[in-house]
Design a protein around this ligand. Sequence first.
Ligand SMILES: Nc1ncnc2c1ncn2[C@@H]1O[C@H](COP(=O)(O)OP(=O)(O)OP(=O)(O)O)[C@@H](O)[C@H]1O
Ligand SMILES: O=C(O)C1=C[C@@H](O)[C@@H](O)[C@H](O)C1
Ligand SMILES: [Mg+2]
Length: 180
Amino acid sequence: MTAAAAPGRAAAGPAVILVGPPGSGKTTVGTLLARRLGLAFRDTDADVERTAGKPIPDIFLADGEEAFRELEAAAVRTALAEHPGVLSLGGGAVLRPATRALLAGQPVVFLDVELADAVRRVGLDVPRPLLAVNPRQQWRTLMEQRRPLYTEVARAVVATSGRTPEEAAEAVLDALELKQ
Ligand SMILES: Nc1ncnc2c1ncn2[C@@H]1O[C@H](COP(=O)(O)OP(=O)(O)OP(=O)(O)O)[C@@H](O)[C@H]1O
Ligand SMILES: O=C(O)C1=C[C@@H](O)[C@@H](O)[C@H](O)C1
Ligand SMILES: [Mg+2]
C-alpha cells in the first residue's frame, strides 16, 4: 500500500512513532491510528522478522539478543527514512543511543502503561522472550531501565491504563495535534 503524508506535513518521515514497553499497545494502537489517519502502518518487529526469516523468539534463541538489537537498529533506521505513515518500534529499540539520536525532533509518543495492565496484556498474547520467566519482575526491571529513555525521546506521553485501544489512539491524535 502506498501511503500519503498526513495533511499539513512534509512527505518524509513517519507521521507518528510509537514507543513504550511490551503490552503498552504500540502494535494495537498504531494499527488503529493508521486506519484513522488513512496512512500505512509499519512495525519494526515485523520488519526484523521478515529480514531474519524467523519469529523474534527464534532470533533470540538462535542468535542472541545482541544480534536481534543489530537487526532492530537497522530496521528502525530504514523505516524512519522511508515510511511516511504510522510506525511502531520494538519495545527495546530505545536502548541504542544511535536510535535515540535518530528519534530527536520526531513525532514520538510514549505509550505508558501500569505494571498490572501490562502483565495482564502480554500474558494473553504472543511470546516475548524477555518476559518468558517471571514476567512481572522482568517487566518492572525493564521499565526501571527504560522509562527515562522512553521519556527522553518522546514529544508526548499517553497513558493507556484505563483506556481502550480506541481511546488511546484518540489521545495520541490529541497529543500530536493531528485531529482532522
Ligand atoms: N489499551 C488497551 N486495553 C486493553 N488491551 C490492550 C490495550 N492495548 C493493547 N491491548 C492488548 O494487549 C496485548 C499487547 O498489545 P500490543 O501487542 O499492541 O503491545 P506492544 O506494545 O506492541 O508490545 P510489544 O512491545 O511486545 O510489541 C494485545 O493482546 C492487545 O490486544
Ligand atoms: O521490550 C523488548 O525488548 C522487546 C519488545 C518486543 O517489541 C520485541 O522487539 C522483542 O520481543 C523485544
Ligand atoms: Mg508490538
